[in-house]
Design a protein around this ligand. Structure first.
Ligand SMILES: Cc1cc2nc3c(=O)[nH]c(=O)nc-3n(C[C@H](O)[C@H](O)[C@H](O)COP(=O)(O)O)c2cc1C
Length: 176
């Protein structure tokens, strides 16, 4: 399984992914990585040896890691009521997989964290789930929202959420 931290910090999202990672899983972090925006050039719709004309961490590392795994867990902080820019940018960069249906059979899971409670972010989470469910049809992957965690700068987010972490681990173990 592949776990991708989409926060630009290695804090809440990273800690949660680290706590659910088992020894055969790979955790990569997009924090402070060189990551360019899609140029919109559509070169990726042709046969490109490196999937994308951009020369960054996504082209050189992330694409290959995604292609190797069937189950991919994404973690993003809630930013202004939505997924953060890094995750959206990553999804835009999935354009390279689209034409050749390279994500077919893969399953993406999403974990989110935010300051507000899960209840307070209920509508936002609903919108995000709707967005992902909407793109599964033409991106050819499955999607499941795993859980939302409340930010915990003062206390340890893992200690506070042991039960949720255990449930996620059990859920993901069923897929292996
Ligand atoms: C620019 C920015 C926007 C944010 N917007 C929201 C928001 O709309 N709703 C929310 O609940 N939390 C919001 N937060 C809080 C983060 O989602 C929260 O601190 C999260 O746990 C950070 O995850 P990380 O430690 O993995 O970076 C925002 C934080 C920042 C920096």
């Amino acid at each position: 399984m592949l776990l991708i931290n989409c926060s630009n910090r290695e804090k809440n999202c990273y800690k949660i992914l680290h706590s659910i990672k088992s020894k055969d899983d790979k955790l990569i972090s997009l924090a402070h990585k060189k990551m360019d925006f899609c140029l919109g050039c559509q070169s990726c719709q042709k046969e490109l040896p490196k999937y994308c004309v951009l020369n960054d961490y996504i082209t050189n590392n992330v694409y290959n890691e995604i292609l190797k795994e069937d189950n991919i867990v994404l973690a993003s902080p809630m930013y202004i009521s939505n997924i953060n820019g890094i995750l959206k940018n990553l999804i835009d960069r999935f354009n390279t997989f689209y034409n050749h249906q390279l994500l077919k059979g893969k399953k993406f899971y999403l974990i989110m964290t935010g300051f507000a409670t899960k209840k307070e972010n209920e509508k936002e989470i609903e919108g995000i789930v709707e967005y992902f469910n909407g793109i599964t049809e033409y991106m050819y992957f499955d999607f499941e929202f795993l859980d939302y965690f409340v930010d915990s700068d003062s206390q340890d987010i893992i200690e506070e959420n042991n039960n949720k972490i255990e449930l996620i681990k059990r859920r993901l173990n069923n897929e292996k």
